[in-house]
Structures are given as C-alpha cells and as structure tokens.
Design a protein around this ligand. Structure first.
Ligand code: FMN
Length: 334
C-alpha cells in the first residue's frame, strides 16, 4: 500500500462507546491510531463536572477531544479547557444528525451555516495552540452537491482549519434515525477525493464504512481514515491495520491484550471506584470471529455483573474461552 507519509488512522468519536476505558483498550491494540473522545457539549463542560468529562490516561495519547456546540464563546472556552487538560486536538462535531443535537442547533445542521461555523472555529483556533479540526458529512438532506461541501470546507479552511474528517454520506435530518443514517444513503468516497483534489494543502480524512484493508486502500491519496463501528465491534482488526499500515509487528496477541487490562482495571477500581463491568463491556469483541468468541462474550456478560466482581473476571473469561476451544478441538480429533 502506498499511503501518504503521515497517513493517519483514527478511531471515531462514538457516544457511549469511546469513553476513556474503551480508548485505553484500543490503545493497547493500536499504538499508532489517534483516538477520539465521545462528543462532549460545550455546555456540559462549562457547567458540569469538567474533571470527569476530560479525564484520560496518558497512555491514550494521541487523543482528541470532540466538542458539540454552536456558540463561539463557549466553544472557545471548552477548547481551552481541553488543551489545558492535555488533549492533542480539538474537534468540532458537524456531522451528527440526532434530534437532540439538532434541537441544540449543532451537529450536522451546522453544515447549513458555514460562515457561523467558521467564526466558531476561528475563535477556537485563537484560544488554543493545538490543532482544531472539523468532522462533517458530505452534505445534508437534498444539499448533496460538491458545491455545497466545497463552500463549507472552503469557508472554514479560510479561518485556518487544516483538517477535515469527512463521513462520506449525507446526513438526513428528517425521516431517519441517527443509527439508520450511518448506513443510508450510500457512501460516496469519490466526493471526499474531490475535496482533496481541490484542497491538496488540507488534511482530508475519510470516514464511513472502513471495515477492511481494501477500504483503507481506497483512501490512497487522502491523509487518513477514521474507523468507527468496526474498531468497536472487532477491535483486534486494529492489530492488522498496525501491521499493514505502520509496519508494526509487535502487537500483543489477544490473550495478552486481555491480561494487560488487569492492572488497568485494578487501578481504576482503586482510584475511582470504577466497576469492572464499565471497562469489560468494551472488550466483548476482542475475539470476534475466533474460536471460543461466544464463550468469551458470555463470560463477560455475566462475571463482571456479579457482586464484588473485580479484575479476576478476565482470567475466568479466558479460561472459559480456552475450555470451549479445547472441547471443540478434542471433538474434532475423535
Ligand atoms: C454508537 C455510535 C455513537 C456515535 N457517536 C458519535 C459522536 O459522538 N460524534 C460523532 O461525530 N460521530 C458519532 N458517531 C458516528 C461515527 O463517528 C462515524 O462517523 C460513523 O459511525 C461512520 O463510521 P463507521 O462506518 O466506520 O462506523 C457515532 C457512531 C456510533 C455507532
């Protein structure tokens, strides 16, 4: 694969999924991927428990904070808080179609207001010394022309934003749930390439439907891909990506990754009283498509929920998985 030097792999911001525990787990599998937080609204950061929202482990670097919002001053203030906390990048969500987000007039509907987004981005850039980036769609509703996307990207790039992560499908603000809108309408990678052709000086990252190496190859000429659901549901795929994109052959095997979570689970319990289930829920997909996967998932759906459960659930789940694999292997020998 002949990717641009500095080709970037990232794991997408995903609400309820990419919390700090999930990101720590992903980092063990993928030393090179950039990791994104779940979206945090500027209002929640400023008026809520900022320390809790912003908490991350230093192993997570490089890690980007995704913000939601549509007002300059709170976004600039939130960006400042993120930078002061040690984040490597601040990203503005201009791609989420959910009703809750629309009623706050941010997310994907911001694509209708490029000048306003540009003002917000300008204020955020002035507030911090780290990169401020935008995550958007290729269009919204009937506005799916190149001209629409071009106007959005061009107006914001004029304010100094150098990186755009583009989910290669339009957002439909009416008639589809956000979940449905992640598979419909069809992906249009060519549109993302058109943006790169017009703005070769910008970093353009492709998002949407990147679930296998051939999809990453389709991003040749771009500056990277952002992987969403596949990274969550089949996290060990990130190990293959490490090998093929970064030439990193040192990634630990699945069992070692699982065991490397044990000290983390113990540290989180000691420092923050974190229940083990809050961490293991992100590890369900570790053995995706591997022998014993069903037993691993079953174990993680049960043991962490028992009273007094702690880090021992990892060894118990590995043992259940291995026992199932052995029974299967013995049966085949007979
Ligand atoms: C459970 C879930 C939560 C999501 N939350 C966010 C979010 O907070 N911010 C955001 O920009 N996108 C969010 N997304 C969209 C993803 O970042 C990504 O753009 C989308 O899933 C398409 O990529 P994929 O096909 O690789 O999954 C979410 C997606 C999922 C599945």
């Amino acid at each position: 694969m002949r990717m641009n030097k500095d080709f970037e792999i990232s794991v997408a911001p995903m609400m309820d999924w990419t919390d700090r525990h999930c990101r720590y787990f992903h980092r063990l599998i993928s030393p090179h991927a950039k990791l994104y937080t779940e979206m945090v609204t500027a209002g929640a950061l400023i008026h809520g428990d900022a320390a809790r929202f912003l908490r991350f482990d230093k192993a997570e670097h490089p890690v980007a904070l995704q913000l939601g919002g549509s007002d300059e001053a709170p976004l600039a203030r939130s960006a400042e808080m993120g930078a002061a906390h040690g984040y490597d990048e601040i990203n503005l969500n201009c791609g989420c179609p959910s009703d809750r987000v629309q009623s706050g007039s941010f997310g994907a509907c911001l694509m209708n207001e490029p000048a306003h987004v540009a003002a917000c981005i300008g204020a955020m850039i002035d507030a911090v010394d780290i990169p401020v980036t935008v995550k958007c769609r290729i269009g919204i509703d009937k506005e799916d022309s190149f001209e629409f996307l071009d106007r959005f990207v061009g107006t914001i790039a004029d304010k100094g934003c150098k990186t755009f992560i583009i989910h290669a499908r339009s957002a439909w603000l009416k008639g589809l749930s956000p979940k449905e809108n992640r598979d419909v309408p069809p992906l249009n990678y060519a549109r993302v390439h058109e943006v790169k052709e017009k703005y070769p000086e910008l970093r353009i990252i492709l998002n949407g439907g990147v679930t296998q190496m051939t999809r990453i190859e389709e991003a040749e000429g771009l500056d990277g891909v952002m992987i969403g659901r596949e990274a969550y549901q089949n996290p060990y795929w990130l190990a293959e990506v490490e090998r093929k994109i970064f030439g990193n052959h040192e990634v630990l095997g699945r069992d070692k990754i699982a065991r490397a979570m044990i000290p983390y689970i113990e540290r989180q319990a000691a420092e923050f009283d974190t229940p083990v289930k809050s961490i293991t829920r992100h590890m369900m997909g570790l053995y995706h498509h591997q022998p014993g996967a069903k037993h691993w998932r079953r174990a993680l759906s049960n043991y962490p929920y028992e009273d007094g459960a702690g880090s021992e659930v990892i060894e118990k789940a590995i043992a259940d998985k291995d026992a199932a694999v052995k029974v299967h292997a013995d049966a085949r020998k007979e």
